[in-house]
Design a protein around this ligand. Structure first.
Ligand code: C5P
Length: 206
């Protein structure tokens, strides 16, 4: 079984995908980490993000096992991730890796922005996890503050709206629910309630 979990920043999709992976014993790939790692590599190499070819070469060289989870989870790497994610050659360079992960025997769970629409249009279960922008900005702001990143809530809200717009408005694989996706709004749900709802949705399809 392939489970696709898409949605915007801090909607809860990552937490839900990890919990589903645990519950159903499936391997999980957070595809945002691929774009974040590419964004970080672009920053570190001092490459101009407008240079599509150079960004795509870095994406093609990504080593999943070498991704440094702490360093890709900064606001800076996230912002650069959404810039490089708008480059079609970067998306193409990351396609096979995601598709191979998705089609391993026994199934898989992938979370991202375009899993249900582009990477796994054949997924048995498609969830699109949402929450209002203020709730999402507050969640991410609290996470980053706990890690010692100093930024104001207003800046975080602005960045959240910018990122949503860039992800939803790009022409290649824009963030949007697949026609056959189930919407899950987590704005007023606890993590446990959101996870329990997601488990029920998957169980209905089994
Ligand atoms: O999910 P996360 O916030 O880590 O993703 C970082 C960025 O990577 C997103 O803002 C988006 O631009 C990009 N992304 C994407 N397609 C995916 C996953 C992430 O374009 N499947």
């Amino acid at each position: 079984m392939i489970i696709a979990v898409d949605g915007p920043l801090a909607s809860g999709k990552g937490t839900i995908a990890r919990a589903l992976a645990d519950h159903f014993g499936l391997p999980h790939l957070d595809t945002g980490s691929l774009y974040r790692a590419t964004g970080l590599a672009v920053i570190e190499a001092g490459i101009d993000p407008a240079d599509a070819g150079a960004c795509a070469r870095l994406a093609a060289q990504l080593d999943l096992a070498a991704i440094d989870e702490d360093r890709i989870r900064t606001a800076e790497a996230g912002a650069m991730a959404s810039r490089v994610a708008a480059i079609p050659q970067v998306r193409e360079a990351l396609f096979d890796l995601q598709r191979t992960f998705a089609t391993q025997p026994g199934g898989a769970i992938l979370d991202g922005r375009d899993i249900g629409t582009v990477i796994c249009p054949d997924a048995e279960v498609k969830l699109f996890v949402t929450a209002d922008a203020e709730t999402r900005a507050r969640r991410r702001w609290e996470e980053l503050r706990a890690k010692g990143e100093a930024l104001s809530f207003e800046t975080m809200l602005e960045q959240t709206r910018e990122r949503d717009a860039r992800d939803a408005e790009r022409t290649d694989a824009p963030m949007k629910p697949a026609d056959d996706a189930t919407l899950l709004d987590t704005s007023s749900l606890s993590i446990d309630a959101a996870v329990a709802t997601a488990i029920r949705i998957v169980e209905k399809r089994q």
